[in-house]
Write a new protein. Structure first.
Length: 269
């Protein structure tokens, strides 16, 4: 294992630590997200227009002043400015463009749900609804998906990185460590795709571990099998070298002489 491979192992170690930190951060925020979502679902309707941020939900009619999806702008969320019948416009942002933000045009009439002094949901004239960036719905699922993705990748990448650093000069162990790391990346991608499917189909949150769990177990079994194959050398792509020659090859026997002994029995009757 050369100096380049050692630097690569250190790089993987740093990536694993960052991923584990992200997994811990998303896991720690999951409880708060669940409590906020429960409070919103249980919030009553406001009896009158709230004069200060309140835990009740108020339905407010708005007119769309401007709408910008910021397509092609990295780091920019879709946004809109909503004007109530009186007062200054409200600026809202969305986490994605569908199903409402992509259809907003200046002059459209929409309904906004206000909770704790923020517009948390926008509904258009066709009855479609979408949470804004301040909306509490969907955050627990995002936290869970992030925890599974970052946690699974962080643990396996950490094991693979440490293993590769300890296997300096051992090609088979280094290859087994690479197998562990890349299977961890596969588990992270699987978690992200599972979260996307859950969000697109509006499945309950328990669908995320129910789908990702069996897939992760399959990837773990595949990881163990391929790592053992790498340790045995089954994944080596180099042909075994021929044994070194110990001396000059003997000369071939003369043509037409059986047994390779020249002159044996010649001229005898």
């Amino acid at each position: 294992m050369g100096e380049h491979d050692g630097l690569r192992g250190v790089m993987w170690l740093l990536i694993a630590v960052v991923a584990l930190g992200g997994g811990v951060a998303t896991a720690s925020g999951m409880r708060g997200a669940l409590e906020r979502e429960r409070a919103y679902r249980a919030a009553p309707a406001c009896a009158s227009v709230p004069v200060k941020p309140s835990g009740c939900v108020w339905r407010q009619d708005f007119t769309v002043r401007t709408a910008d999806l910021h397509r092609g702008k990295r780091g920019e969320s879709p946004e809109a400015r909503l004007a109530p019948p009186s007062g200054r416009p409200w600026r809202v942002t969305f986490r994605q463009t569908e199903p409402v933000a992509s259809e907003l045009e200046p002059g459209d009439e929409v309904v906004g749900l206000i909770w704790h002094g923020r517009v948390v949901e926008v509904r258009d004239a066709e009855g479609r609804r979408q949470q804004t960036s301040d909306g509490p719905l969907g955050w627990p699922e995002d936290r869970l998906g992030g925890t599974l993705a970052c946690g699974s990748f962080g643990v396996t990448a950490l094991v693979g990185a440490v293993w590769s650093l300890l296997a300096r000069g051992d090609r088979r162990r280094a290859r087994a460590a690479a197998v562990v790391r890349w299977h961890g990346a596969g588990m992270a991608v699987t978690a992200v795709l599972t979260l996307w499917a859950q969000s697109a189909n509006d499945w309950p949150m328990w669908a995320i571990p129910a789908i990702w769990g069996p897939l992760a177990l399959f990837l773990l079994a595949s990881m163990v099998a391929f790592a053992m194959a790498a340790l045995r050398g089954d994944l080596d792509d180099e042909a075994p070298a021929a044994p070194p020659s110990t001396g000059p090859a003997p000369p071939p026997p003369p043509a037409g002489v059986p047994g390779g002994t020249a002159g044996s029995g010649s001229g005898r009757s």
